[in-house]
Design a binder for this molecule. Sequence first.
Ligand code: UDP
Length: 519
Amino acid sequence: MAGLHFLLVPLVAQGHIIPMVDLACLLAGRGARVTVVTTPVNAARNRAAVESARRAGLDVELAEVAFPGPELGLPEGVENVDLVVEKDHFLAFFQAIWRMDSPLEEYVRSLPRRPDCLVADACNPWTAAVCARHGIPRLVMHCPSAYFLLATHNLSTHGVYGRVAGELEKFEVPDFPVRAVGNTATFRGFFQWPFMEEYQREVAEAEATADGLLINTFRDIEAVFVDRYAAALGRLTWAVGPTCASGLDDADARAGRGNRADVDAGLVVSWLDARPPSSVLYVSFGSIANQSAKQVVEIARGLEASRRPFVWAIKEARSNSGVQAWLAAEGFEERVRDRGLLVRGWAPQVTILSHPAVGGFLSHCGWNATLEAISHGVPVLTWPVLADQFCSERLLADVLDVGVRSGVTLPIMNLPEEAEGVQVTSADVEKAVAELMDEGPVGSARRARAKELAAKAKAAMEDGGSSYAYLTDMIDHVAELSRKSHGRDMNARALRSVSELGSNNGDAIEAGASLSVHS
Ligand code: UDP
């Protein structure tokens, strides 16, 4: 392991950068040198977490490469999916991501020594050509669940997506370890949009040619999905998660995950300290999913009626003028002052979830949020909004039995306009919160299952655990690939010098040929 240098290239989205920084810490914890390559805005957001890892003695650093957004007409500084506010900018944003190959290549060229491995987010297939040109072994890192990967793979290879009449036609996922029913809208693969087919094809190709796959999950929750996916793809696959349990556990690292919190983490902790164990509901829809103003009001009324203490990461209070107006006019905050804490913007999520006062999580079921809930033994009120989130809900509610459904059935973009973004009424919110936070036998059993999973997640990441062993195996594999490629380099150098000699000496050319045969 000594001397191995990894470059990590995350997709520029919070749900992808955060686990990649975690992975960096895990690799550095095993003695590697790790560089996370990202754009200036994303580097700034993650500097606190990286600095805290460095203070803990880990050899982790950030390297900045330019984001080509302005070349495509994007405003300066729009370097993360959660900073794209105009719908029309999304395509240009992904085009800009695809153009990051040049700045990455320039950075690789500037290095005194070729890195031993590049770990690219699965959504960054443009890294493949850079690695091929420079002879760098390349691994692909998946940030959603293995459940989602296998389901979308099977639906695609069995031709189900092509067969159904529309996005809402019901089907069952074929050849799947558990019964899973849904439609294209709730089983949509990444980049599975008519205008992104080329992107999707490149993602599949880069995965099929990778030197191995990493999945941020662990065997106790997803062994069957991991194994079937690895077999289907025929690639070496390592389940190395949950990366959020990277062991880097100081308060700064937790509070600074992904961004500087828009609230003093210490104040949140004091607020939680004053509440009984498992009594507080934490509410967050992650970094991208936004609710409509009407739906926010239904949630607020449901939380108020629930009479439970809650912390609500309400980013719509910053971005949605309707929500701002309602909050200013309605006196909601005043009425729930004794038991409701509103975080306008970025919340220190792991600080909150790791506090013993938190007993439930109303979540959009992003895969990181899901793993963070599992790792901290917190049952989830599932409210998926888009992408792989409907699969995380199925895993939590149907497979692991630690979730209570909110009743959402469709991604927000599939709702008819007249619904105005509302899928769950305040009465349903109130009912679902009561069910999740129930202190009777059903709720207690669910909480006990969640705690068991948390213990398993921790054990998986420790020496002797499955994810620990996978990471060891992956590092060994990289060391082997690196030895081979450096061996090839040495032979190539030897061949070059021998053939230079050989222009004067035929025997030397033969010696060079035998060197290459034995490489
Ligand atoms: N997160 C956070 N504070 C927030 C919102 C999100 O720390 O206010 C973190 C969260 O802990 C998770 C990541 O951002 O690690 C979001 O990833 P996830 O997969 O849950 O959802 P996404 O934002 O990609 O939809």
